[in-house]
Every structure is written in C-alpha cells, then in structure tokens.
Design a protein around this ligand. Structure first.
Ligand code: FAD
Ligand code: S2G
Ligand code: ZN
Length: 483
C-alpha cells in the first residue's frame, strides 16, 4: 500500500552489498537469480494458510548486518518481516504482500553458558531443540518445550511469547528471559543482554519485545536462565469419562504431586482418533474414553515420584474420577505418550485444512466452547459427528489445561467463508463473554489483528500504538500484524 516503497533493483543491489552473497535470495523480478519456488518456504506459513509475495529474503549473519539492513529499509520506507523458524500459527512470520523477509536463521551461535547459574546467552536464530540438547549436556533444560522445537528459533519463541508444555512448571518467558539484544527499525542496537537475575534499574524494556511479534524490533540475541534438568521424569496417561473428571484429576494431581508436577495436558476422543490414525501408534489404554490426560512429574528422586504418581493413579481409579490409566514403565513409553500429545497438531493438519483457535478460558467452562461450535456447525448443516460427507470433518479440543489454555481445532475439507463465518467472530465473542483471552500463547499475527479489541480495551490498544510509534515510527516492521 502507499505507505511503503515497492522494492526496486537498486534497493536490492544496496541490500545485497550489506551481507554475504549466499545469504541473499532475490527473484529475477528484482534483479536476482532465485525463482519464486525458492522463496516459497519464506512466503508461506506452517499451516499453508497465509501466503505472501516477498521477492527478497535476507539472512544476515551478524547484528551489525541486521542494523545496516534495517537502517536502509527504514530510510527508504521498505517494509520488513522478521522471521525465525516460520512455525508460528497466526500468520505473523510471513509477508502479507511483498515485504522483505529478514530471516535470523544464519544467526545461530551460542554466545556463552554459565554452568553454575544455568544462564545461556545465544543468537536469536538458534533452534530451540538444539539449545535444549546443548544445555542438556551440561545438566540443564530449556524452560519451554513445544511441538515445533525442531524448527522454531529462540528468537521467535521470545517474539511470540510462546508458552508450550512446560509452562505449568517453568512459567512464562517474561520470567525466564533475563535480557535481549534487539535492533530497532532505524538501526539502533538495544544491547540489554544481561546475565543478571536481578537488575532493577529503570523500565524493563526487554519485556516489551517479549510477545511483540516482530513489530517493535528484531531480536538478535537472547539471555535466558535455564533450570536444572530433572533427573527423574515420569508420565501417566489417563482415560477420563467427563470434562468434570479432567478438572477433578487436575486438582488431585496438584494436591498429591505438588512441586514435582511438571505438565498436565488433555485432549478429547476426536484428537485421539486423529493422532492414533496418523501416527500409527497403539492405543495406550484398554479402550476408548471421552477425554485423555497426560500427567508428567519431574523431580530428583525417581522412587519417590513413582510412588506419588502410582498412589495418585490408584486414588483416581478407586474414586471413579478416571476409568483407566497407564504409567510409563521406561523412557520409550514416556516418549510414546508425549508423541501422542505432541502429534495432535500434525495429525489434525494431515486430516485436512485446520482452523485453530488458541484461547485462554476459565477452566470450569473451558471445554463448553467446543460443543457450542459443533452445534452451530450442525445447525448450519456443515457438520455431523462421523459424517465424512459434510464439509467439516472434526471439531475437537485439547491443550494445556493446566494453564487454562484450550486449542480448539476445526478440520474442514477447505478454508471457506461459509464455514469461517459460522464461528468467526462467534468464538471470539464467546471467549470474551467468559472473560477469556482470544490468544493464550500463539499471539495475534495477521489472523487475530481485527479481534484484539475482544481482549484489550481501546485505551490499552491506544497505548500499544504509541509504543509502536516510539520504536518504529515509520511502521516498517511487520506491518499488518498485531495492531
Ligand atoms: P516465526 O514463526 O518465524 O515468527 C513468529 C513471530 O515472531 C512472527 O511475528 C515473526 O515476525 C516474529 N519473529 C520471529 N523471529 C523474530 C526475531 N528474531 N525478532 C523479532 N521478531 C521475530 N506455540 C506455543 O506457544 N505453544 C505451543 O505448545 C506450540 N506448539 C506448536 C506446535 C507445532 C507443531 C507448531 C507448528 C507450532 C507450535 N506453536 C506453539 C507456535 C509457536 O509460537 C511457534 O512455533 C514459535 O514460538 C515461533 O517461533 P519461530 O522461530 O517459528 O517464529
Ligand atoms: C499445541 C499447537 C498448535 C495447535 O500443540 O500445544 O500450541 O493449536 C499447540 O495445533
Ligand atoms: Zn499449545
């Protein structure tokens, strides 16, 4: 649109000179030699739901190069999308039009690790799983874990303020990130890569970048405190007859396992059907159940924790809160139980195009929205459980119930308006009317930009805009996203 300059060959020549040749991908349209297919992976999101038309991908190797690139783009009013592993789920990391993609994948070095404090300093483009392997060798664990760990970057995790399956135990990145190095649109480098647990000197600016989704600056370095890796981990999968039972089991799990409880995830029968079907996994229990719960404990005394979890399982079975349960007997069973839970997104995606609503809802009513959406789709004649002839195949719910975070997923045979308008904006109105949040952990991106008002007041949004104007007055960073 008129606010930004369309990239010209001259711009590409200038930008190309700022980084090593092999780090630049430019199409013939702008004087490069790449064909559009080579940029596909940068223009299309993980869900294949959002597709941009960038003609130029830059993959700088240093903070200095990032600063030079941004300084030029800012002076020329060229729009830029910062990109990490491109596993985001709200279309935040891909261009909407022809914005330049600034990928951090070439900034992937560990800068330092203190083995006493567990404080890690690294480039933003380090892949989460590689960092977890790095700190694991030294007896530590990353304070977050998510199904995208093999591809997502720590910089993208911070920019998206990712939650994940360890949130219940280790909390938010707002607590575990100690410092950031970020480059602003005008090329200013904000070096706040602190390795101090306590630094109470003025406004904590790094907090603004956590969850800013590439709209305030490009994160180039992260300092994060990593917890000791637990030596004793155990996992159980439960078969639960009702959502009421899922809640009661959660209360009991916290009462009986207390400090060693490290994850409490749930999924419904529809999710289980999809994941067992696509992952070729054996059902972990004797029969089907309406709901499944995965409980994980992580501590330092295996026998002690095993005893606690076994006693909890016993109590849950005897009281009828759960119908069946299995305790992992070894590492491979723990991995298999987790791969069921972590395999849900991919399995749903393989079932068909998936509408995803990552929302926070007060736990007592959290699952009600799944039934309400299913009924609306039935009334519209678009869905009937088990009827493959209808355009909507699955309506299912799963997620980090311990955090009050539901992942409502609707699998259809294609993304189409007559389906979307049955639950948008209904799902956002529903969440807002139950005092929830329209985005629990995935952020706003381009998907939820027009619905921010369901979770933030006009005054809050007005101040977000003023902060955006301070950091990126020309609005070149990730336009069309968040605000
Ligand atoms: P991208 O997708 O590339 O970008 C994400 C956003 O951050 C974009 O707005 C982008 O512009 C911005 N950005 C990226 N890097 C930078 C940077 N260096 N500086 C400034 N801005 C930047 N999320 C959860 O919270 N919890 C989950 O449990 C979870 N599970 C997932 C499971 C699967 C299978 C998948 C595919 C995704 C899952 N996600 C989950 C989504 C998650 O948010 C992203 O996977 C991840 O956090 C984003 O990191 P990324 O490097 O892929 O960033
Ligand atoms: C998860 C992944 C994305 C989704 O698995 O916890 O965050 O909603 C999700 O399928
Ligand atoms: Zn999640």
């Amino acid at each position: 649109d008129g606010r930004f300059k369309t990239l010209g060959r001259g711009d590409v020549e200038r930008l190309r000179a700022m980084a090593a040749p092999e780090t630049v991908l430019a199409t013939e349209a702008v004087g490069g030699s790449a064909d559009a297919a080579e940029l596909e992976g940068f223009n299309v999101d993980w869900l294949s739901k959002y597709r941009g038309s960038s003609q130029l991908v830059l993959r700088p190797k240093t903070t200095g190069e990032v600063a030079e690139i941004l300084r030029y783009c800012n002076s020329e009013r060229i729009a830029v999308v910062p990109q990490g592993g491109n596993t985001g789920l709200v279309g935040g990391g891909v261009p909407v039009h022809d914005e330049v993609v600034l990928s951090l994948r070439n900034m992937n070095k560990v800068r330092g690790f203190d083995e006493v404090s567990g404080i890690l300093v690294c480039d933003a483009g380090c892949v989460l799983e590689e960092l977890d392997n790095y700190v694991a060798e030294r007896g530590y664990t990353m304070p977050l874990d998510l199904g995208a760990k093999g591809s997502c970057h720590i910089g993208g995790n911070v920019a998206a303020n990712a939650g994940g399956i360890r949130f219940l135990r280790y909390g938010s990145l707002h607590g575990s990130v100690l410092g950031l190095e970020a480059v602003l649109a005008d090329g200013t480098v904000l070096d706040n890569i602190s390795t101090l647990r306590k630094d109470n000197t003025g406004y904590d600016l790094k907090q603004l970048f956590i969850g800013s989704e590439g709209t305030l600056g490009v994160i180039t370095g992260v300092s994060v405190v990593t917890p000791r890796r637990p030596s004793a981990v155990n996992v159980a999968v439960l078969g639960v007859p009702s959502y009421e039972g899922v809640q009661r089991a959660f209360r009991l799990a916290r009462a009986r396992c207390g400090e060693v409880l490290s994850a409490y995830e749930f999924w419904d029968a529809s999710c289980m059907g999809a994941v067992l079907g696509h992952q070729g996994l054996k059902h972990p229990l004797a029969g089907e159940h309406p709901f499944y719960v995965l409980i994980e404990t992580s501590g330092s005394n295996k026998a002690h924790d095993d005893e606690k979890l076994a006693a909890l399982l016993e109590e849950l079975l005897e009281s009828g809160v759960v119908e069946d349960g299995a305790l992992a007997q070894d590492e491979s069973q723990i991995r298999r139980m987790w791969s069921m839970r972590e395999g849900i997104p991919e399995s749903l995606g393989r079932t068909g195009p998936t509408y995803k609503y990552d929302v926070s809802i007060p736990i007592p009513v959290l699952y009600d929205v799944v039934g309400d959406i299913a009924r609306r789709l039935e009334d519209a004649g678009l869905y009937r459980a088990g009827d493959a002839a209808r355009p909507v195949r699955l309506v299912c719910g799963y997620g980090h119930i311990g955090d009050g975070n539901l992942h409502l997923n609707i699998v259809a045979d294609r993304f189409e308006d007559r389906i979307t308008r049955v639950f948008e904006p209904f799902v956002y109105e529903w969440v807002a009317s139950h005092r929830g949040s329209i985005s629990a952990e995935h952020g706003i991106g381009q998907m939820k930009r027009d619905y921010l008002r369901y979770s933030k007041s006009p005054e809050m949004i007005a101040y977000m805009r003023r902060i955006k104007d301070v950091f990126d007055p020309n609005h070149i960073l990730n336009p069309y996203k968040v605000l």
